[in-house]
Design a protein around this ligand. Sequence first.
Ligand SMILES: [Zn+2]
Length: 113
Amino acid sequence: MDPERWRTFLTEQQERVRDRTRRLEAELKTLVRARRGESDDDEHDPEGETLSARWSMLAGLLESAREDEWQAERAMARLASGAYGVCDSCGRPIPFPQLEVRPFRERCVSCSV
Ligand SMILES: [Zn+2]
């Protein structure tokens, strides 16, 4: 693929990751509001426990989404400098199917193990 097509591909992936982060942030905000609206008697409120569990889950997802976003930015920088798609470790080109599965990878599968 030529660099222009890589750029389109990566931009799409980056937007997807950003969307996910924004959606999770919005969901967490709503949840925080829902928790504030509850009584202080949280311990005896089964609903409160469900919200806490959901909050931890969302917080975890958001953390990994932010990590992906950061990786997407790095991938864009690598593309700009011509290093994208080249394994950081062995210096060989990363096969396209591997990049398709994980577009932000910086190492080929053999070097990632
Ligand atoms: Zn490698």
